[in-house]
Design a protein around this ligand. Structure first.
Ligand code: GLC
Ligand code: CA
Length: 552
């Protein structure tokens, strides 16, 4: 397998609004991030993925960009950015940016021009269509709810938006638009950033130009549809002018297509797939389908083993906290299950990403009213639930369970009034559990989730088998345990994780008996014996990794 720096690296995702506020206006910023670089260094990560920091009216917190080559005033200045990049590099930390090229803000100059008249030279940068008999061109639904079509009175046409109406989609069929986007990409890469996380990229092609006659609600008409490969190839060629890493956000891409997207010759170095993360149960259902979860992860492992590379993640700014969803955030199990989930995904084949606060075992947020929630899609959902006759209480409970704001509450640095994030009321309510869950407490406790992550990172750096080794799932039919090996000529690692709240027994399969005799425990979240028993019972959320040396 080809060696690459980004295969050996561990990433850390920063949601700038909520990481650290340096000037006490309640909003996290670039200087705040710079201040905390030593903390990230201590954790041991190699690169940062920064959520969008570009100029934006913030309808979707920076994912609606009005100027791609300017920094949002809330976050600081371009000089602050340059300083952050330089200082990160000095510490040996690389930095990748979020690249949002499926859509812009409706406040972007290009869209303002596009809207101005039908014959404006920018008209075709976006997707405009006539209505049909006074109705929108189709009844496709937007990802954030409502129609994908927004009517413009002035020019009497509809424009397309996959997300909010303030996020008009670009028309990737327009050559000039593409060239403008590509030169913007080069501008950032020439600055010396180390790559991109590419937002919503499976949506860039729409079927809109092959519209069926009238209304027809077919899902997926603007997600990973044929023809997208041409655009992705062009984008890839721009990336290949540089020595960088790229990770695509690829909803709707299935494991059978893994190689095309993230193979050695794929569009991206790796992608965020949605199959495993999509399994968290919406709407308060408590049952986590462990077998389906294992299968989703293993499918991606096998699809790319020796052929490409995975991006590994359990959290990001769009999903609730993993310990609350897949683990158990009660006092008894929070830290244990946070560690179990950590070990479970960290030793798979791929580049692990940690989302800010995940390394503390931060939990979901008990929002007490809809006013406390910021994200537009949750507000929309709340309205829809109320329209459907649900009580305020029920609507809030549903929103609470799934809102993206669960993971966007400010980072908990200490037990100060505003958790050391800021000296003033932050833009989003602080989780009250900052009292016990915070960086200061974690650093003072040698058994904390933080130090467990630090150990995982160190182990991964010490053993090439944990980076490049091949993957094999053991006991795939087990209902509670995820068991797999990573193997190369130097060593075999056996990872055993109980994903359930009940004790779980195993029996080492025959073909592994000989190996297991030489196994030595290297890390666990409980007290476990050094040797690997051929049969044993793991406690709730118990996780163990054993090493078997292959040398002589
Ligand atoms: C991606 C981002 C999400 C954003 C959306 C629209 O899914 O991760 O936060 O709202 O794209 O840009
Ligand atoms: Ca600030």
């Amino acid at each position: 397998m080809k060696k690459k720096w980004w295969k050996e690296a561990v990433g850390y995702q920063i949601y700038p609004r909520s990481f650290k506020d340096s000037n006490n206006d309640g909003i996290g910023d670039l200087n705040g991030i710079r201040e905390k670089l030593p903390y990230l260094k201590k954790l041991g990560i190699d690169f940062i993925w920064l959520n969008p920091v570009y100029q934006s009216p913030n309808v979707d917190n920076g994912y609606d960009i009005s100027d791609y080559q300017a920094i949002m005033a809330d976050f600081g200045t371009m000089a602050d950015f340059d300083l952050l990049l330089a200082e990160a590099h000095k510490l040996g930390i690389k930095l990748i940016m979020d690249l949002v090229v499926n859509h812009s803000s409706d406040q972007h100059e290009w869209f303002k021009e596009s809207k101005a008249s039908k014959d404006n030279p920018y008209r075709d940068y976006y997707i405009w269509k006539d209505g049909i008999q006074g109705e929108p061109p189709s009844d496709w639904q937007a990802i954030f709810g409502g129609s994908v079509w927004e009517y413009d009175e002035k020019t009497e046409q509809y424009y397309f938006h996959a997300f909010a109406k303030e996020q008009p989609d670009f028309n990737w069929e327009n050559e000039q638009l593409k060239e403008r986007l590509f030169s913007m990409i080069r501008w950032w890469l020439d600055k010396g950033i180390d790559g991109f996380r590419v937002d919503a990229i499976s949506h860039i092609r729409k079927d809109a130009h092959h519209l069926p006659a009238l209304l027809e609600n077919v899902p997926g008409r603007y997600q990973n549809i044929p023809g997208i490969e041409h655009y992705l190839e062009e984008l890839k060629q721009v990336f290949e002018e540089y020595d960088i890493m790229t990770v695509g956000e690829a909803s709707g891409v299935k494991a059978v297509e893994a190689e095309q997207w993230a193979g050695d010759d794929g569009y991206f170095n790796m992608i965020f797939e949605f199959e495993h993360i999509g399994l968290w149960k919406q709407e308060q259902e408590k049952n986590f389908d462990i077998k389906a979860f294992k299968k989703a992860l293993s499918n991606w492992q096998y699809a790319l083993d020796g052929k490409g590379w995975n991006a590994l993640y359990m959290e990001n700014h769009d999903v609730p906290r993993s310990v609350s969803v897949f683990g158990n955030d009660s006092e008894e199990y929070r830290e244990i299950s946070a560690k179990a989930l950590a070990m479970m995904y960290f030793f798979l084949q791929g580049t692990p990403f940690i989302y800010q606060g995940q390394e503390l075992g931060m939990t979901n947020m008990p929002f007490e009213s809809i006013e406390e929630i910021n994200t537009l899609d949750s507000k929309q959902l709340y309205r829809e639930l109320q329209d459907a006759g649900k009580s305020e209480e029920t609507a809030l409970a549903t929103v609470n369970a799934i809102t993206r704001d669960n993971s966007r509450t400010p980072m908990q640095w200490s037990n100060d009034q505003y958790a050391g994030f800021s000296n003033t009321e932050p833009w989003l309510r602080m989780n009250p559990n900052k009292q016990t869950i915070n960086v200061e407490a974690a650093l003072a406790d040698s058994d904390s989730v933080f130090y467990f992550y630090q150990k995982l990172i160190r182990l991964r750096k010490q053993h090439s088998a944990l980076v490049y080794g091949s993957f094999e799932e053991i006991l795939p039919e087990h209902e509670q345990l995820y068991v797999y090996t990573r193997r190369n000529e130097e060593a075999v690692f056996l990872v055993l994780v109980n994903l359930s709240e009940q004790p779980a027994s195993y029996q080492i399969p025959k073909h592994m008996k000989q190996l297991s005799e030489k196994a030595q425990l290297v890390l666990s979240n409980y007290q476990a014996a050094q040797d690997l028993p051929l049969t044993d019972t793991l406690a709730p959320f118990e996780a163990r990794t054993y090493q078997i040396d292959m040398g002589n």
